[in-house]
Design a protein around this ligand. Sequence first.
Ligand code: HPA
Length: 272
Amino acid sequence: MQYYDNVRAAADWLQSRIGALPDVAVVLGSGLGDFANRLADAVTIPYGEIPHWPASAVVGHAGRLVAGTLAGRRVAALSGRAHYYEGHTPPTITFATRVLGLLRVPALILTNAAGGVNKGFKPGTLMVIDDHLNLMGCNPLIGANDDRFGVRFPDMSEVYSARLRGKADDASRATGVAVAHGVYAALAGPSYETPAEIRYLRTVGADAVGMSTVPEAIVARHMGMEVLGVSCITNPAAGVLPRPLKHDEVMEVANRVRGEFSALLEATIERL
Ligand code: HPA
């Protein structure tokens, strides 16, 4: 299959560039790319150089992979991801995850900016994702299953590893950076939700809403990686406050908390 061959080619190319394989990979959401600057002995690779790797054009995403060390671990930080709303297919938005899987990266930390559906969440709240609702209208595993990646019907009863969520809680206690827990609902976007959609999401058990992460988490589980998800709640979701949502506000809040966010990530990685 051509797709597998492309993923393999990208993985082999990356391995030749970064040497020792990462112990953990971190996908950095909108406005959170700053974390990559914490890595020591860093090798920076623009996405455009990696064979077959999709480009992301969203403002606030740098489009680079930084491989380095942090807290005694080898870390690959991915700033920028391809989104479904950009018109990419589900296999394209999960290409990077597939590459990390073929590289046998054991743990994947997925981060994002998200709207707060739970009324208890203030902008700047960091939420450890306990589970998700896939409301994107697509699943990245649709189509012929390639057994080299994983099984046809993968279990999704613990997408977000209880062990890793516990490490995030330990990191929270150690750093004093508070975390909440909750369910992340993924919608396709790119329009923000209506107030009625937010009431619906609250009714069905969502605490946060966003436009990424879920396809990557599904593919990572398909390949047997351990997954941790962390959302930065950048805004009350639509209809909570009597004013419109703006991408600028999302970026502003993500930028404001990126220091705490990075400290939490670092302390989590230290404990893996
Ligand atoms: N909705 C969807 N995605 C988002 C939001 C939101 O309110 N904020 C940041 N990403």
